[in-house]
Design a protein around this ligand. Structure first.
Ligand code: ABF
Length: 218
């Protein structure tokens, strides 16, 4: 089974969890693209969606699905998003696509976070994937020096600006054994908007597309 088929299987399983008539959160990335397409192809009609990226918003609108601003909703029943890595504790590294801040905000608003991934994202321990850190542009050098003190090796994501007008430092070499503490410590560096560790608020359910079907973890 190809990676795309695994993503599609996880995405279709997530569609089954969507309550008709609800307002949902939708993440970003190629697995989420499959989710949006599968939702549009299904019989399930939602009221509207809040999207984590401009790309996801455009895809939703192209399918005729209304997109709302996060400020106009007080609660979302469910948030469906992918990940770059996810552990057995359902803690994640996200932000490879650069939408980590909006993803974290929508995850915070949502009652339930369902993560959909192909098998390659399911890891024993977080940290092989370089941790994305969104940074206010004028703080880039300062934050880079602080990340070095945390044992990381930051690299500026060249030619990339987030939907919020900021830059991304991709950080290799961080010890992610205590992900909640690391998430908080990095977020406390002045100039950091947020980092791609989703540990304090992990997923509630994980759907992994595999060659033998979709595996579910809670
Ligand atoms: C989003 O999309 C991100 O947090 C993560 O970086 C990425 C995963 O992309 P894909 O589904 O294309 O592997 O979920």
């Amino acid at each position: 089974m190809s990676v795309d088929t695994q993503k599609r299987a996880a995405a279709e399983a997530a569609v089954e969890r969507i309550e008709p008539g609800s307002v949902i959160g939708v993440g970003s990335g190629s697995t989420v693209d499959q989710f949006i397409d599968a939702l549009a192809a299904s019989d399930t009609r939602i009221e509207a969606a809040v999207a984590a990226s401009e790309a996801s918003a455009e895809r939703l609108r192209n399918h005729g699905i209304e997109v709302r601003d996060a400020n106009s909703v007080s609660e979302l029943s469910i948030y469906v998003d992918g990940a770059d890595e996810i552990s057995r504790h359902l803690q994640m590294i996200k932000g490879g696509g650069g939408a980590l801040t909006r993803e974290k905000v929508i995850a915070a608003i949502a009652r339930r976070f369902v993560c959909i991934v192909d098998e390659s994202k399911w890891v024993r321990a977080l940290g092989d994937f370089p941790l994305p850190v969104e940074v206010v542009p004028m703080a880039r050098s300062y934050v880079g020096r602080q990340l070095l003190k945390h044992g990381g090796r930051p690299t500026l994501r060249e030619g990339f600006t987030t939907d919020n007008g900021n830059v991304i430092l991709d950080v290799q070499g961080l010890d992610c054994a205590e992900p909640i503490a690391l998430e908080r410590a990095l977020n406390n560096i002045a100039g950091v908007v947020t980092n791609g560790l989703f540990a304090a608020r992990p997923a509630d359910e994980l759907l992994v597309g595999t060659d033998t079907g979709v595996q579910r973890f809670t």
